[in-house]
Design a protein around this ligand. Structure first.
Ligand code: ADP
Ligand code: MG
Length: 728
């Protein structure tokens, strides 16, 4: 075996018996590193406590004097926990999180040192914004941006640092991050959904969006992964012959968790508990070395923060276990990639899940209202929703028969389809008493029973109703959930606002009773949104054709999917809902496109390096060995060498053929990349990378993987799939 690979394999950490038994109950450990309500009560004055509570409930501003008190309490608590630094923790448009640590320490004029952390440091910071993507919002001469405290997500201690969740905005107030638009969208949906929920319950004063994500990931041995520049730099394997065994035996899914992975998970869960991330479920996924982790759902903004924090914790805990955690949507060819289902619903401050049917006809009408409005919103803005999960890495997965297609559709199951069909038949305007009774008893009244045994599930649907929530399945495993959640909650807010206006108008102008008006609007929504409903096989070719007939978008790559971001419809939607200004949207569009181009560019460079510095030298080495053998045979056996060395000569030929193709394709790819790089417009550049550079990757890979099959194992420098994929 090749020496480098051999060393990496040999450094597999020995399997140690599990040492740390969980002495402390999870519930006791939970949230110990979080400045939660309990701790706020202990460390804050009553006035400061109420002010923070009010701010997190209604978004009210915190007075400067109060902020000083909060900072004082936070610092006191953080220091008892051993924290020495604090940071504003934010989500720049790079998709991950950023932090800049400052010590609590400060100098007094007389030279003495003190521990300092005041209200101004808590509330606002000015990190140099110039190195974060801004899509042109920030001129170079106005590089300043600032981070501002988000009191709806509690501060926490990570390592020895007090982390304060913040939004990141430019000096002129535009969002430079993913959190600010999300908070605005959550506010919009709160306002719109509260108004509608009050048709059914006057006690409702607030509606929150809930999010339960399910994070899929791969684990690979770190030492082995480090033999591969593609895993290190691109997060996925660009080359690699499939292992003889993949996922065809279905023996990994829900199987016994490998010991090494299990130890990693235990350690990870302990960390998550301290940080208040309510992780609950862990299991093997379909592909070898693929796993999933899911928490209990939470308020959407907090859930997003927790997912981002989790990815960071996973990385660190992985390091301790000699593991590399792969979040890429398609790290290995030939086996499933990873996603991050987003389970979403709306919930009132009276404790009602608005997408859950209830025990009374009124509750069920409420359920139908929110259920059908969601369908209507998704139908109208399907293309925009698709754009929110577009990325270079997710392009490899969507539509590849392991994840939903790039076409958005909604699965609701046969029983609920039946209910909607009946509602569609409701007469226009006034309802007769008989019709009302029939509706109440036989349609609306039966919903809870129907849902009880609604077990049919459709795994191929990108947006499925699963009993008391919708599940958005196309979200990429690396994606910041803030992006799809911003769009989903914005379009929902828009639809609910319109719904309310339509119902109110029927009540006022047509003098309909409230429930009649609601039925009337719902009936129209059911009719108008039919094309988005699809219960069949989303992976099939027929669906593609059918979807095209229904005029549903099918944007199979990122440059195409992002186009919708700058249409007048999108600009109007985000603008009027107060979620993003035109400047902010255009900036995002630009950043997403640039990120796409840069990702393909990096992969192209890594590909070139792999081919020229790894594959070609390995092939030449091996070919030399064969040639030496053939000339040795000739020396000893004379003319007989032709027969004796036939196999070797054959392999030498094949190696040369693939080597030639490999080099030709690689050079052509490099040329295409150089061309693409000269293009200045972001959309045109992204399209060039997508259409002229990317297609070479598959061809290059084909020849390299053929060569991997031919070349002696001892000559191959890159860790192989079979070595990477089967943790014990
Ligand atoms: P799966 O999709 O793997 O079959 P489940 O349907 O059991 O899983 O649930 C998936 C996720 O749905 C869980 O992580 C849970 O937190 C989340 N979930 C449940 N109820 C809600 C809700 N009301 N809002 C948001 N997420 C929810
Ligand atoms: Mg799921």
């Amino acid at each position: 075996m090749n020496q480098q690979r051999h060393q990496a394999l040999a450094s597999y950490p020995a399997q140690s018996e599990e040492k740390s038994q969980e002495a402390v109950l999870r519930s006791e450990r939970f949230g110990q590193s979080v400045f939660n309500e309990d701790r706020m009560r202990r460390y804050l004055t009553g006035e400061a406590f109420n002010s923070v509570k009010e701010a997190s409930y209604s978004g009210s501003k915190i007075d400067r004097k109060i902020a000083d008190q909060v900072a004082e309490g936070m610092k006191a608590w953080a220091m008892t926990m051993g924290a020495t630094h604090y940071t504003h923790w934010f989500q720049p448009l790079t998709g991950s999180t950023a932090e800049k640590h400052d010590a609590f320490f400060d100098l007094l004029p007389d030279g003495r040192g003190i521990e300092k952390f005041g209200g101004s440091q808590l509330v606002q910071q000015e990190p140099d914004a110039s190195s974060f993507p801004s899509g042109g919002i920030r001129n170079t001469f106005e590089a300043r941006g600032y981070t501002a405290w988000d009191p709806t997500s509690p501060a926490f201690i990570y390592g020895k640092t007090l982390c304060i969740p913040t939004v990141f905005v430019s000096y002129t107030g535009e969002a430079l991050d993913n959190k600010a638009p999300l908070l605005r969208a959550l506010n919009a949906v709160d306002v719109a959904a509260t108004a509608v929920a009050r048709y059914f319950d006057k006690n409702v004063n607030k509606v929150i969006a809930t999010l339960g994500w399910e994070q899929e990931y791969f684990l690979v041995d770190n030492a082995l992964a480090r033999t591969r520049p593609d895993l290190i730099l691109a997060g996925r394997t660009l080359l690699g012959q499939a292992a003889a065994k993949g996922q065809q035996l279905d023996d990994h899914y829900f199987g016994v968790i490998p010991q090494r992975a299990f130890q990693f998970m235990r350690d990870l869960e302990q960390e998550c508990m301290l940080l208040g991330i309510p992780v609950k479920t862990r299991h093997n996924e379909v592909a070898p070395n693929q796993f999933e982790l899911a928490p209990v759902f939470e308020e959407a903004n907090l859930a997003v923060d927790h997912n981002l924090l989790l990815m960071d914790v996973m990385d660190k805990v992985g390091g301790r276990h000699g593991l590399m955690v792969l979040f890429h949507e398609k790290p290995f060819s030939g086996i499933n990639g990873s996603g991050k289902h987003n389970n979403w619903s709306l919930s009132t401050d009276t404790g009602t899940n608005l997408l859950s049917p209830g025990s009374t006809p009124m509750k069920n009408l409420q359920f139908l209202t929110f259920f059908i409005t969601t369908i209507m919103a998704v139908n109208r803005y399907e293309e925009l929703l698709r754009s929110s999960i577009a990325s270079a890495s997710n392009d490899h997965r969507l539509g590849a028969n392991e994840a939903p297609p790039a076409i958005f559709s909604i699965f609701i199951g046969t029983q609920l389809t039946g209910v909607l069909d009946e509602l569609e038949g409701v007469s226009k305007g006034r309802l007769s008493p008989e019709e009302k009774t029939e509706l109440k008893l036989n349609v609306v009244g039966k919903i809870p029973e129907i849902l009880m045994d609604n077990t049919d599930r459709n795994r191929t649907s990108p947006f499925a109703f699963t009993g008391n929530k919708f599940e958005m399945r196309g979200v990429g495993s690396k994606t910041n959930c803030a992006k799809p959640m911003t769009v989903l909650n914005t379009i929902m807010a828009r639809q609910l606002e319109e719904f309310k206006a339509e119902v109110d108008s029927l009540i006022e102008k047509k003098k309909l009773r409230k429930d009649e008006a609601i039925f009337n609007v719902l009936r129209e929504y059911i009719k108008a949104s039919k094309r988005i409903r699809f219960d069949g096989d989303g992976y099939s070719g027929e669906w593609k054709k059918e979807a095209a007939k229904r005029k549903l978008s099918n944007n199979i790559n990122t440059p195409q999917a992002l186009k919708v971001l700058t249409t007048p419809d999108t600009l109007e939607l985000f603008g009027s809902m107060g979620v993003m200004t035109e400047t902010e949207i255009r900036a995002r569009h630009e950043v997403e496109l640039e990120t796409y181009s840069l990702n393909v560019q990096i992969e192209g460079r890594v590909m070139g390096e792999l081919v020229y510095n790894y594959v070609i030298p390995a092939v030449v080495d091996y070919q030399n060995q064969l040639l030496q053998n053939v000339s040795g045979l000739k020396e000893v056996f004379g003319a007989a060498h032709k027969k004796m060395g036939a196999a070797q000569l054959d392999i030498i030929q094949s190696l040369s053929t693939h080597l030639q193709e490999l080099q030709t394709k690689t050079d052509a790819m490099i040329e295409a990349r150089k061309q693409a790089n000269t293009i200045t417009g972001a959309p045109e550049k992204a399209r060039a990378y997508c259409e002229t550079v990317l297609p070479f990757f598959e061809e290059i890979r084909y020849h390299s993987d053929r060569l991997e099959r031919l070349v002696g194992d001892a000559h191959w420098p890159l860790a192989k799939y079979r070595e990477l994929l089967f943790l014990k």
